[in-house]
Design a protein around this ligand. Structure first.
Ligand code: M6R
Length: 606
C-alpha cells in the first residue's frame, strides 16, 4: 500500500515527483504530498490532481521525495498525508508499511517534549530520526530503524544535505532507478520506466544512499554491498492506456498477448516433454516426487489457486490444498509426505502471501511462485517459480494477471500430469488447444464487447447479485463476484450451485439477479436445475454458456455465449465476459473503475 517516489538530479524535482506519483497512484489514492528541501512540504487530501494544483510551478529544487497514501493509521486527511517532518522541520520522511510499536515509541518521544501534527505511525518514525540526527542522515535512519518493529519502505531527506536521499526497506518494496546524472527511487519499477530501465531492488534489511551521480547500498550489518543494476524488460507503452478509456479495459483487451506471453516457449510437443517451465527446472525432481501441493494467495490470486486445485486434482491426480495468505501465515499446517507451497501473486509483494512463503520456508518446505512482477520479493525468496510475463498491471482490479495465473496453472498441471504418468494423448490435445486460445479470446473480445456492455447496462440497476457455478466454475463464480464488487460496489455473493438450497436461495427475489456460469460440461445439467430453482424464486438469470447450448438458453432470461473449449481451459474463456461485465457495470454507474474506493493495488501491509 502507498507509493513512494524520489528524485535526485539536475532538473526541477516537483514535476518529476508528480509524474512518479501519478504512475503509483493505483497503490493508494486517498491523499498525497511531496517535500523538496529548499521549499518544504506540500500535502493534499484526495487524488494527486489535488496536490498538483498546489505546487508552485517556479520551484527549482532538484531533489525531492513524494508519497501517495492508502490510509492505515489515521483518516485520509491533509494532516495525515506524507511527508512527515521531524521537530526541527529539516528532516522529511515518506513511509509505506506499518510501525507496530509506534505507540510506545510515541510515548517516549512525548516524554521528551516532542509534539505530533498527525495521527500516523509514520510521523513517529520521522520524529525519531530527527532526535537521532547528529549530522549523518544514514546513521540516524539506521539507529531509528533498529528501534522499530514492523514493515517499512522509507525515503528520508533533509535540508542539511539537500542532494541526498536515504532509503530503507523491510517488507515494503523500494527500487532504485539508475539514470545518467540523476537517480530515482520508487515503490514499483513500472513508475521508473519513463526515466530508466536500470534498476536495483533493495532487499529486506538494506539501506541505500542516493545522490545524483551514484548510489550506495548497505546491508543490515552496515557493510557496503556492491549491487549492480538489473534491466527492466517492459516498454513504456505497456504502462500506458493506449487509447482505451481505462487501464482496466486495456488490460482485459491485453488477454491475447498475455496468454501468448505466458505460454511462449513453454509448450514443446516433443516425444519426451510436453511443457518446459525453465524456472522450475532446478527442482523438477522434487516436483515429480511431491505428495501434496499447497497453493497460497489472496483475492483474485486465491481464486486462481482454487481453480488450480480443481484442475491439478482432476488431470494430474495431485492432492492440493488452497490457503488464503492471511490464514496460512498464522495457522498450524499439518503436512503429509513431501509438500511444496506455491504462492500465486501478481505483485509478488502481497504481505500475507510473502509471510506464508516465509513460514513455509521455516518449516523446511519447498517454496515456489507463480509471480508476475519480475524481481519482486516473492519471486526472489521462493526456491523456484514461473513468471507470468503478463506485463505491468495498473488497474486495481486484477484482470490480465488473473488470466495469466490460470494459464500458468494449466501449464503446471500439464507438467505435473506428464511427470506423474498421466496418459499423454489428452494432455497433448489440451496443449494444442491452449495454443489456439489467444486467437479465440481476441476474436471474442472484438465481436462480443458491445453485447456484454449492453447486458451490463441492464444489470447495473440492481443492488444485489449472486454468482453461481459448479466444479471449475465454482471458484470462478467467486472471482466474478469479487470483480463486480470491486468496480461497481454492487453487493455480490458467490456460491457453488449445489449450495443454494442450503441457505443462500432465501435471499433471492425479483430484485436479486443470478449470474450463472453454465458452460456445456459434465455438470451442466446440474447447473440447469440450479437455474430453474432460481427462476422459481423469480430471480432474473443471466447465464454465461457455451455457443449452441440451447438447454441453458431456454431456461435463462439473458445469455452471453462464449466459445466452447476443453474443460481445463474453459474457465479462462469464461473469465473474459465476467471481467467485461464488471467493467461495463462500473462504467455504467459512472465510477472510476481503475481506482475503486478503499482499495489499493498492492497490499504490502497486513
Ligand atoms: O499482487 P497479488 O496478486 O498478490 O494481489 C492479491 C490481491 O490483493 C488481488 O488479487 C486483489 O484481490 C485484486 N484487487 C483483485 O482484483
Amino acid at each position: 500500500m502507498c507509493g513512494i517516489f524520489g528524485y535526485v538530479g539536475d532538473k526541477p524535482a516537483a514535476p518529476i515527483l508528480i509524474a512518479g506519483l501519478k504512475a503509483l497512484e493505483y497503490r493508494g489514492y486517498d491523499s498525497s504530498g511531496l517535500f523538496v528541501p529548499g521549499s518544504g512540504v506540500v500535502r493534499s487530501a484526495g487524488p494527486i490532481a489535488n496536490l498538483e494544483v498546489k505546487i508552485d510551478p517556479s520551484l527549482t529544487d532538484t531533489t525531492g521525495i513524494a508519497h501517495t497514501r492508502w490510509a492505515t493509521h489515521g483518516v485520509p486527511t491533509e494532516k495525515n498525508a506524507h511527508p512527515h517532518l521531524d521537530m526541527s522541520g529539516t528532516v522529511a520522511l515518506v513511509h509505506n508499511g506499518i510501525i507496530e510499536n509506534y505507540k510506545e515509541l510515541k510515548e517516549g518521544l512525548l516524554a521528551q517534549g516532542i509534539t505530533f501534527a498527525s495521527d500516523t505511525d509514520s510521523e513517529v518514525l520521522a520524529k525519531l530520526i530527527g532526535t537521532l540526527y547528529k549530522g549523518d542522515l544514514l546513521k540516524a535512519v539506521r539507529e531509528a530503524l533498529a528501534m522499530v518493529r514492523g514493515t517499512y519502505g522509507i525515503a528520508v531527506t533533509s535540508t542539511h544535505n539537500p542532494k541526498q536521499i536515504v532509503v530503507a526497506r523491510m517488507g515494503s518494496p523500494i527500487v532504485l532507478g539508475v539514470g545518467t546524472g540523476a537517480n530515482y527511487i520508487s515503490s514499483d519499477p513500472a513508475a521508473l520506466v519513463p526515466y530508466t530501465k536500470d534498476v536495483v531492488y533493495l532487499e529486506d534489511g538494506e539501506c541505500a544512499v542516493i545522490e545524483s551521480d551514484g548510489y550506495k547500498v548497505y546491508e543490515s550489518s552496515g557493510r557496503n554491498r556492491q549491487k549492480n543494476p538489473e534491466k527492466i524488460d517492459w516498454d513504456i507503452e505497456e504502462v500506458q492506456k493506449q487509447g482505451f478509456e481505462h487501464f482496466m479495459l486495456k488490460e482485459i483487451f491485453d488477454a491475447k498477448e498475455v496468454i501468448d506471453n505466458t505460454i511462449r516457449g513453454r509448450l514443446l510437443h516433443d516425444e519426451f516433454r510436453l511443457v518446459k517451465l525453465g524456472g522450475l527446472e532446478p527442482v523438477l525432481d522434487e516436483i515429480k516426487s511431491l505428495d501434496r501441493l499447497t497453493i497460497v494467495g489472496c483475492g483474485s490470486a486465491y481464486y486462481a489457486g482454487l481453480i488450480g486445485k480443481y484442475i491439478l486434482e482432476e488431470y494430474a491426480g495431485l492432492p492440493v490444498d488452497v490457503e488464503l495468505g492471511s490464514e496460512y501465515r498464522y495457522k498450524r499446517t499439518v503436512t503429509q509426505g513431501k509438500t511444496a507451497v506455491i504462492a500465486v501473486t501478481q505483485s509478488g509483494e502481497t504481505a500475507d502471501t510473502l509471510a506464508s512463503i516465509r513460514s513455509a520456508k521455516e518449516q523446511g518446505l519447498l517454496t515456489l511462485g507463480i509471480v508476475n512482477v519480475v524481481g519482486s520479493t516473492i519471486a526472489r525468496e521462493t526456491d523456484a517459480g514461473v513468471y507470468n510475463h503478463a506485463g505491468p498491471e495498473v488497474a486495481v482490479a486484477s484482470t490480465k494477471a488473473f488470466v495469466s495465473q490460470l494459464v500458468a496453472l494449466v501449464l503446471v498441471t500439464l507438467l505435473v500430469a506428464k511427470e506423474r504418468g498421466v496418459a499423454e494423448a489428452e494432455l497433448k490435445k489440451i496443449a494444442k488447444e491452449l495454443q489456439t486460445l489467444p486467437e479465440v479470446v481476441q476474436t471474442y473480445l472484438r465481436d462480443q464487447k458491445e453485447t456484454v456492455a449492453r447486458m451490463a447496462e441492464k444489470y447495473a440497476r440492481y443492488n444485489d447479485t449472486m454468482f453461481i457455478g459448479r466444479k471449475f466454475h465454482a471458484p470462478l463464480a467467486a472471482e466474478g463476484a469479487l470483480k463486480l464488487k470491486e468496480v461497481s460496489y454492487i453487493h455480490a455473493e458467490a456460491y457453488a450451485g449445489g449450495e443454494l438450497k442450503h441457505g443462500p436461495i432465501a435471499l433471492l427475489d425479483e430484485n436479486f439477479p443470478v449470474i450463472a456460469l453454465a458452460p456445456e460440461d459434465d455438470v451442466c445439467e446440474k447447473m440447469i436445475s440450479n437455474i430453474e430453482e432460481v427462476r422459481a424464486r423469480k430471480a432474473p438469470v443471466l447465464a454465461i454458456t457455451t455457443e449452441g447450448n440451447d438447454a441453458v438458453v431456454s431456461v435463462a432470461d439473458d445469455v452471453l455465449e462464449i466459445p466452447k473449449l476443453h474443460p481445463m481451459l474453459q474457465p479462462i474463456m469464461t473469465t473474459i465476459p465476467l471481467q467485461l461485465f464488471a467493467y461495463y457495470v462500473g462504467t455504467a454507474k459512472g465510477l472510476n473503475v481503475d481506482r475503486p474506493r478503499n482499495l489499493a493495488k498492492s497490499v504490502t501491509v497486513e
